[in-house]
Write a protein that binds this ligand. Structure first.
Ligand SMILES: Cc1ncc(COP(=O)(O)O)c(C=O)c1O
Length: 936
């Protein structure tokens, strides 16, 4: 069989049904390649066989999509067998245009064959496909045992169910096997519902090695899964947002009574109730489409309302009648002002105590994100974090927390009076960034607390998932192993950047809620007790700490109290307005902290929350439930395209690189051996194994682009991209910038970025070629300095003893709140400039330098000093080498703000008041010996 050729006369890539990581863009490329072949065939430069081969290769995956569908694909085959190159070319052209513009969703003519398309009346066509009224369009997968020859007839039957009253329009897509249903669910982002009949087969007729690897890593036996219930369970795992309908011919009551049938929205007896099924499908989509708060806000904006409350901007009269600020009205349009109100009446509900449509919107968000409940937060995840910390912790509670976490956590501890026990992430010194905290470090902290007899004091583990730079925890493993040491721990996962991950089947198990749901399922499984008992027996009676550290621990399911919280900046990865954030709860003990959460809301939420922000949270949820899957798939595809272009372009790759997984994650945390998304001959089974088992893996959408090798430091490069090329990036390090793809990106964005990188790289190239030897030397030494002369990252040293009056011997927690308030005592603080030799003298011979406040340089953005922290030579060295301008908490002209040694020498009670006094009184024996004057 001849190789199919692409436009460039290269063999067409093989099309496999299980190309799970190359979705819509790869499909679009294939259609464009087919167009190229058809064009050349029509011009006499290519032959029919190539066209036929390519078409046949595409047929397998095209079967998973409604458009162009069986009819048009058959038409194309017929044109080929009739040797009608022009007809084939014209139809491929039409299909390409319809796919690119998605016009087939509205335009019935796109679905018609050849000349019929031009001659059919609009009315004729509306009855067959597409929707001229522009109602939202989706596709419904029908899994059936009926022979494929009858699918066109069934398709027509489904279409005849359509009514003008329907709020949405959908097209059926037919498959006949478990494997094809699985692939269709993965490859077709337009699916919103699945109807599963009995009688389908197990295997696809197409080859699918990756699919088989995916299924092999999924729990359970595929053969037993290939029943309607089994398929429903698998599909629910892959795409929980899909509505599933089971249709069976016998024993419907038995099926409906099976606990596993809970994943289905409804169970039907036979297909006799086709209209009911049709209505159920529409109702299912409607229940995701509803946005209670936004819907009501739209109604509210339509009403003629006189406002006598304090928000003059509401209704916009003060804007539109103004001679001076009318341009604001013109810029934003009247709707914004009509939708503004400070009322909580008129159905607008109150964010502070929601009982109406905000509550309903939050409940729907909980469903979408796999939580028990959700709080909408309108002041960013900075506030969500502070709310969670305040609500869950009391003064004196210990929290094991990543020192590099966002400052809202640190400030939250200050507010709550909790004691942070800082744990360190692994460093990536070469790129001036930290990774994530190894599980061993966290377990060690717990075991140390246990050894000190203070395990009861630790309440929470607080980690960032994924980190700014894309390190994703094995959330399930972290929680299970920690719960094995203390079964009632609370987990706070800051997923500020990772909210979107819920909508990728590959990333979801690594999210807080994904893992919490998996753990919950395991806890419910009666077999979990036996698994635990076996594990316990293997561990022996009193396992050593080393054994506990080395072993994958399993918690006792009878003791575990699952308490998981997640915060996410909905505005960072979904379509919410800036500051829109959510706090997700999955906590069996929530009733014990509900009142505290109310207090946290009252403490932190504005009494004038922004209506548009709340509405955008509601709408972001709707979008993710209905099209999030495809959007996230697109974001991943965009990222893979960027990674590929940077690595493979001869000019770009000379000066730039995107760090692969093996540069971002040390080998000891990547036991799967996974190295990169672009590894030649990439073994996807290994990628999936990495996602499933590795301690850390890398979010493909977060790309560390090394620019130091092109002679730019991160800030310089960031400014150049923004100033000269209109490309905005967020984070930088000494020698890199962080590129992120999100649900908003398109292939045009990739093209623009690639073009810019080519331009910059060629400019460097030309300059170096034209320049003198001295100039080339200067370039090399700049690159060397940026890439190798990097300061060591300073770990957290320790809190000064004054702030550790009730601390354990083996752990580093301290009273950050008391330390923080030391800075309020102006006469108790002093400033020393970084360049002052006094700093070096004090480092050598004391008294110790103790920071009075947080010092947070941007980049890297983590606090290199927290209040009460003893400053070490490493910290000073890092500060002195730091060449960034923005350092929060530090003014170069004034110097470092330090707590005076005399103040530190005083008993803490005098410096900070009664609360410490009472604690000291309780622990007087210890306090007396620990609080000592700093050495003079
Ligand atoms: C890990 C992390 N958590 C929380 C936040 C704060 O989120 P927001 O900007 O929504 O307040 C950020 C902000 O960059 C962050 O990086």
């Amino acid at each position: 069989m001849p190789d199919a050729l692409t436009q460039n006369n290269r063999p067409a890539p093989e099309v496999r049904i299980d190309e799970f990581f190359s979705g819509p863009a790869a499909r679009a490329d294939r259609w464009r390649s087919l167009l190229g072949v058809a064009e050349r065939w029509a011009d006499g430069h290519d032959n029919r066989a190539n066209f036929e081969t390519m078409l046949a290769a595409m047929a397998a995956t095209e079967g998973y999509h409604a458009y162009p569908g069986l009819g048009l694909m058959k038409n194309l085959q017929e044109f080929a067998s009739e040797d009608d190159a022009h007809a084939a070319h014209s139809m491929v052209q039409r299909i390409n245009a319809a796919l690119a513009t998605k016009s087939y969703r509205r335009h019935a003519g796109d679905w018609e064959m050849g000349e019929e398309a031009d001659s059919a009346s609009v009315e004729d066509l509306a009855a067959t496909a597409g929707d001229a009224a522009g109602r939202p369009y989706f596709e419904t997968l029908i899994v059936t045992g009926i022979a494929a020859e009858r699918w066109p007839e069934l398709s027509a039957m489904w279409r005849r169910l359509r009514r003008n009253l329907d709020a949405f329009v959908y097209e059926p897509v037919f498959v006949g096997s478990f494997e094809d249903a699985f692939c269709a669910a993965i490859l077709n982002p337009d699916l919103a519902a699945v109807v599963i009949h009995e009688g389908f087969s197990l295997r696809s007729r197409h080859d699918a090695p990756v699919l088989r690897a995916v299924l092999a890593t999924a729990d359970g036996d595929v053969r037993t899964a290939a029943s309607p219930l089994g398929l429903a369970t698998v599909l629910n795992r892959v795409r929980p947002e899909l509505d599933l309908y089971l249709v069976c011919n016998q024993n419907v009551e038995e099926l409906a009574g099976d606990a596993r049938a809970n994943v289905a929205r409804r169970v039907f007896y036979s297909a006799e109730e086709l209209l009911e099924l049709h209505l159920a499908i529409l109702e299912g989509v409607q229940s995701r489409f509803d946005t209670p708060f936004f819907d009501n806000l739209k109604k509210y904006a339509q009403r003629p309302i006189g406002t006598f409350h304090a928000l003059p901007i509401a209704r916009g009269k003060s804007i539109f009648k103004s001679a001076w600020i009318r341009d604001m009205g013109e810029f934003y349009g009247p709707t914004l002002f009509l939708a503004e109100s400070s009322a909580t009446t008129g159905g607008l509900d109150s964010l502070l105590e929601p009982t109406g449509n905000i509550k309903r919107a939050q409940d729907m968000a909980a469903r979408a994100f796999g939580a028990d409940r959700v709080f909408f937060v309108t002041n960013g995840t900075s506030t969500s974090n502070k709310m969670a910390v305040q609500a869950l912790l009391s003064p004196g509670d210990i929290v094991i927390v990543d020192r590099n976490c966002h400052k809202s956590h640190h400030y939250g501890m200050v507010l709550a009076g909790a004691q942070p026990l800082y744990v360190e992430a692994f460093p990536l010194t070469k790129y001036s960034m930290y990774g994530a905290v190894p599980l061993r470090t966290i377990k060690q902290a717990l075991l140390n607390l246990k050894a000190d007899g203070r395990l009861d004091r630790v309440k929470m583990i607080d980690l960032t998932n994924c980190t700014f730079d894309g390190h994703i925890y094995n959330t399930r493993r972290v929680m299970e192993e920690c719960l094995a040491i203390k079964p009632d721990l609370i987990f706070l996962w800051d997923e500020a950047w990772f909210g979107f991950a819920r909508f990728s089947p590959f990333l979801r198990p690594r999210t807080a809620m994904g893992a919490a749901n998996d753990i919950e399922e395991w806890l419910r499984d009666p077999g979990s007790i036996a698994t635990y008992e076996k594990h316990r027996a293997e561990l022996g009676k009193s396992p050593s700490d080393e054994t506990l550290l080395e072993t994958r621990l399993i918690p006792d399911p009878r003791l575990v109290r699952l308490r998981v919280y997640q915060t996410n900046s909905t505005h960072k990865s979904m379509s919410a307005l800036r500051q829109g954030s959510m706090l997700l709860v999955k906590d069996v003990e929530f009733h014990t902290v509900e009142a505290q959460f109310k207090e946290a809301v009252f403490t932190h939420a504005s009494t004038s929350p922004n209506q548009q922000l709340i509405a955008s949270l509601d709408v972001a949820r709707r979008q993710m439930e209905l099209e999030g899957y495809g959007l996230v798939e697109n974001a991943i595809e965009v990222a893979l395209a960027i990674r590929q272009q940077v690595a493979r372009h001869p000019l770009i790759s000379r000066y730039f690189s995107v760090l692969p997984a093996d540069a971002m994650i040390p080998g000891e945390f990547r036991t799967s051996g996974f190295t990169d998304f672009l590894e030649p001959g990439m073994n996807w089974a290994k990628a999936l194994e990495s996602l499933r088992n590795d301690e850390f893996c890398l979010d493909p959408t977060r790309m560390t682009l090394v620019c130091g090798s092109a002679g730019f430091d991160g800030t310089q490069f960031k400014n150049m991209l923004a100033g000269k090329y209109n490309i905005q990036v967020n984070k930088t390090s000494r020698n890199s910038v962080l590129l992120q793809s999100n649900i908003n990106n398109t292939r045009s964005d990739v093209a623009h970025l690639v073009r810019v990188l080519v331009e910059i790289a060629s400019e460097i190239d030309q300059e170096l070629a034209r320049g003198s030897g001295g100039m080339r030397k200067a370039f090399e030494s700049r690159v060397t300095s940026l890439m190798t002369d990097v300061p060591d990252l300073p770990n957290f040293s320790r809190f000064h003893d004054t702030f550790r009056f009730d601390a354990g011997d083996r752990t580093n927690e301290g009273h950050i709140r008391e330390a923080f308030y030391s800075a309020y005592n102006a006469s108790g603080c002093e400033y020393i400039r970084l360049s002052d030799p006094e700093i070096d003298r004090r480092l050598r011979s004391g008294p110790e330098l103790v920071s009075a406040n947080f010092v947070i340089p941007y980049p890297p953005g983590f606090p290199i000093m927290v209040p009460g922290q003893v400053i070490t030579p490493e910290t000073i060295q890092f500060m002195r080498k730091l060449d960034v301008k923005e350092i929060h908490g530090y003014d170069a002209a004034e110097g470092l703000k330090l707590v005076r040694p005399e103040v530190l020498a005083e008993p803490l009670t005098k410096a900070t008041g009664d609360r410490a006094a009472s604690r000291k009184a309780v622990k007087s024996g210890k306090a007396e010996t620990v609080v000592k004057p700093a050495a003079e």
